[in-house]
Design a protein around this ligand. Structure first.
Ligand code: ZN
Length: 278
């Protein structure tokens, strides 16, 4: 495809305004640093933040986004449920979603995973080594056997995520723990990638390997199709010759709850004393 990938980088954007140490590392916000770091001809990037109207995720924005990035930490609870549902619906229709670091506890990630997404953590600024265990995957392209971050917050197992994700990175921490740091999922028609690095008090989103993985993930997660999920009644493609013992007449009727029944079954149900609208 020659069209650009429309990327929306969503950031809670509170730490950068409140804490001097974070402001020094990310003066315009983490989302702006990531945007600058992955900037490329094939990407059309815009930024959105929690305190924007509708969290910056209006119907228009969400419906014109191919891949969304999500960073949140201290204000997951402030994200409105109807906006979460809007983003979730778009993912199921085909939009890509890349969830970063403490976004593991965001409403959107938990909604898509269906698990608690809890983990162990410790913040002493220890070293992390991320092992690339799927070097043939598009998200790990250009990354060697491993890369290191000199100072990070530790996330440790057990990470309560579903087992259907493909693990691309495993982290080792100086303190001894390990963690599934890069995991790729499919939900509906959409692709979801969880990527661990990114604590706000370390310059993680200035790291070239981290930015390369995020850029790769954006291209991997771009929609292959965008399609709403409906549940249509499906006419048969072939003549069905197998007699249905429950149907003696053509057509469907509804019971009082709106459930559809074949006419023959409805006749039987009427005999049994059930009431039908038709
Ligand atoms: Zn953190």
């Amino acid at each position: 495809m020659d069209t650009k990938i429309r990327v929306t980088i969503w950031n809670e954007f509170r730490h950068e305004k409140k804490h001097e140490i974070v402001k020094r590392i990310y003066p315009e916000g983490m989302h702006a640093t990531i945007a600058e770091g992955i900037r490329s001809e094939d990407l059309d990037i815009r930024l959105a933040a929690l305190d924007d109207p509708e969290h910056g995720l209006t119907e228009d924005v969400v419906n014109s986004t191919d891949v969304m990035l999500w960073w949140g930490h201290c204000a997951h609870g402030a994200v409105q449920d109807d906006i979460v549902r809007r983003v979730q619906k778009r993912v199921l229709e085909g939009m890509g979603l890349i969830v970063l670091h403490s976004g593991h506890f965001s409403k959107i990630f938990k909604a898509l995973m269906g698990t608690t997404c809890s983990l162990k953590w410790r913040e002493v600024g220890e070293k992390e080594r991320l092992w690339n265990i799927e070097p043939s995957h598009p998200i790990t392209r250009g990354i060697g056997d491993y890369f290191e971050l000199p100072h990070t917050e530790m996330y440790g197992e057990r990470f309560d995520i579903p087992q259907d994700g493909k693990v691309l990175f495993i982290s080792w921490f100086e303190g001894g723990e390990v963690f599934r740091s890069g995991v790729a999922f499919e939900r509906g028609h959409g692709k979801v990638f969880y990527f661990r690095p990114g604590h706000e008090t370390y310059p993680i989103y200035h790291d070239q390997n981290v930015l390369k993985v995020i850029g790769n993930a954006v291209r991997w997660a771009r929609p292959q199709i965008m399609q709403a999920h409906t549940a249509p009644n499906s006419p048969a493609l072939e003549v069905i010759r197998t007699p249905n013992p429950h149907t003696t007449g053509a057509g469907m009727v509804q019971d009082l709850d709106g459930c559809h029944l074949p006419l023959g079954s409805a006749r039987q149900a009427r005999k049994n004393g059930e009431r039908m609208t038709v």
